[in-house]
Every structure is written in C-alpha cells, then in structure tokens.
Design a protein around this ligand. Sequence first.
Ligand code: SF4
Length: 488
Amino acid sequence: MISVFELFKVGVGPSSSHTVGPMIAAYRFAQEVTEQPEIARCCTRIRIELFGSLALTGLGHATDTAIFCGLAGCLPDRTEPHILQQTVESLRANQCIELAGKKSIPFDEKRDLIWLRNETLPAHPNAIQFSVLDTHNHVLFSKRYYSTGGGFVYDEKELASLRESLSKTSNDTPQAEPFPFTTAAELIQMARESNCRIDQIIDGNEQVHRSPDAIAEQLDRLWAVMAACIDRGCMSPGILPGSLHIRRRAPGIYQKLTGGTSLIPSQWLEQHAQEKLKDPLQQLDWVSLFALAVNEENAAGGQVVTAPTNGAAGVIPAVLGYYVYLVPDPGHPDFDRTISDREGVHRFLKTAGAIGMLYKRNASLSAAEMGCQGEVGVACSMAAAGLAACMGGTIDQIENAAEIGMEHNLGLTCDPIAGLVQVPCIERNTMGATKAINAARLAVLYGDGKHFVSLDRVIETMRQTGVDMQSKYKETSLGGLAVNVVDC
Ligand code: SF4
C-alpha cells in the first residue's frame, strides 16, 4: 500500500515530476556511487542524459538545478530553498560536483548534461540516465531512473516490479496493512464492513508503520508547511523567475481583500473572524487567493507540500484553508463540528490521501502520461473528498464528491507556456479548489450518496483519456497554450 506520507510530502517548486523526482533520483545515484569505493575512487566524470518530457520541459521546470542539488546530497524535504540555490551557484562557479558531499568531480555542464528532446524511453516519458566514467571515458557505473509523477521515483527494476504488483489484486499478495484496497469499491466495502470512516481505514494502515502520535505530528507538519506557504505567497510581491516575467498576484489580492494590512494571512484571518463573512462570495476570493499564493511560491522554487504534485500543490491547501480559516467555528450546520480544526485537518488529509492512492494505483499522477487531469484533476478530486469528510459526509457522499471532482476535469491537457509551471498552472489551481468545494457541497448538502458514475469508473475513464491524449498535450509544451501564446 502507498502511504499517505508518500502522497503528501514536503518538496520544492516548481514540479514534482521534473524537480522533486529528479533531485531524489540524483541523490540516490550519488549515494550508490559513493557506497562503492572502487567506483568512487576511479570516477572522474559524470554524465546525465534526460529523455522525453524531462528533456522537453526540464529547463523551465528547474530539472537541471534539481539534479545538481541531488547529486550534491540534497533532498527536497530536508533542504531549505536558499541552500539549494547556494549549492547550484557554487557548482556552476567551480564547475565541480561534490558527489553526495564526499567526492569532487569536475563538471562540464554543456558537455555532460544532455537534453535528448527527440528520444522517449518506452517505460515512461520521464527518464534520466546517470553514468560515471573514468579518465579513459569508460563507463564505470550507470543507472536509469523514472520520475513517474508526484515525486515518485523508481529505477528500472523497481518500476518493473511495481508494474507486476499492479497487475495483481490485493487478494493475490499478502499485505502488511489491515485494510489493503486497490479500488474505491473495495475501500467502501471495507469501511462498511468494519464500520469505519475512510480516514480511520487509512489510520489503521498507517499505524502498521508509525505510532498514532507520529502520524498526528506528520499531519500537523504538512498543514503547517501549507499554511506557511500561503502566508509567504501573500507577502512576497515581485516577478516570477523565467522568461514570461509574470507578476505575482497574491500579494495585491491579499491587500485588496483586507483593505491593507501588514499582518500575515493566518494572523489577519484569526483577528477578523466577522469581516470575512460579510460577503459570502468573498470566501471564493479567499480560496482563490490561497491557491494563487501557494502556486506562485511553487513557481518561484519555494517550499510546498507536493499534494499530490507540485503543479497542483495549491488546490488542497486552498480548500483546507477554506475549512480552517473561513468556516465559522463552532457549530456551523454544514460541518461536523464535533471535531476540532486539528482533527478536521487530519481527517481531511487522510481521506484525500485515500483517494489519491486510488489514482496513483489505477491511473497515474504524471502529467507526462495523463495531462493536467492527472494533476489538478486529481487534486480537485482529493480535496473534494477531504472536505466532504469534514462536512460529516457518509462514505457514499465522500465517494460522490471525489467522483464529481474528477468528472469535470476529464480531458484537461497540460500545455505550460515556455515550459514554466506558471501559465495556465497557477490560475488553474484556483479553479480546481473552487470546483472541489462545489463538488463537496453538491455531494453532502444536496445529495444522499446515490450517484450514477462510480469513482472507479471515472478513474478508469481518466486513465483511458490520458492514454488517448496526444503527447503534445502531455507536459511537452508542444501544443495548446504553449504554442498559441508565444513567449517572445
Ligand atoms: S498545466 Fe497542469 S499538469 Fe501541466 S505543468 Fe501546469 S499544473 Fe502541471
């Protein structure tokens, strides 16, 4: 079973598949090389080959700098963005990689970082091959990794065994967890039979690997990183990096919504509980603001929670922000107020995580395979389920919310202009977040859980749509907005 903490993890912008994944792959390769003394002693050169979508949009997604940081021993969840920046600056200034922080290897970026834009490997569109060579240019050790979306990374063996295991049902293989599920139907059946909510099912599975306190602490940290990202995004005016020179919008909208303040949003919202209710539709503006703030931070290379990807990192914090900051507390009739905000955040993340696991297992979180329906679409579906759970929705209503969240994102293409995770990505997260709230309300407040399309059917439809989608709409920047709005 995938853990909820594999789906939600602290990472850096701008992309989970093109930044976080390559950094992890590079880190793993550097560790492997330095753990083999003979190879580590003899290697004098390192070569990096990028294939398919990584080669086509990697420059705009900071794949190159992410790889440099990973090779130097940095991991996205353990390294502050300013340290990453210093690591890249030092590597470029000295033309030398400190492999895993242990061995210096001269590095000629023009020669040894190879962008194979016309080559896509059959196993997955996001592939990287690392090789270390000796003084005679003989390859001493080489390894290929695939970044399959959401920061998940597999080497060739791991990918093959993952695919083999995916072809089996949970009944075919013994599982460590008490509630193994592969489909929404199984999840629902298990929840019914054990008289548990979806978040309790996830709790039961997570407790095999960590204590209840550790689970709670990790969930607290995820929300803390999301909330800090909203705060930073609202307080950081300026221009985003890259050729588009896009102005950050969140700080201006924040000032307009508050009438001007020097407080950070979490403080302002705490102190102005009444004002925020004056115009009900202004709640939507706040939700959009939260999403913009997170995705502008992501585009600027800041720290975000991959949820379930970086391009879609704003949807879940925006909907959680709506729940924590904007829903009157206590006693709001539309919400389960028998629980504290903290418990609500935990319930939200675990329920959303359960839905994300279904997409990861039965389709993909990779825009290079599924287009944007696999990023913003999945985040919307997860957020809708999480919010429905906090509204006290039944299992059927939660499934319905998740299904609505995806049904109206089917076919969403990925066509980022100039290969940057900016346009349409940043604004698209506002749409994903507001759609998720709408989906949860339709399912819980105005539905009884009965619905025509099941979540499993919509996930399979997303998968088929992704397979049929032309590759120019799958994170290659060769179609759609990327070619009709020219960056010049
Ligand atoms: S268009 Fe969607 S999938 Fe593509 S990079 Fe932007 S957010 Fe990610």
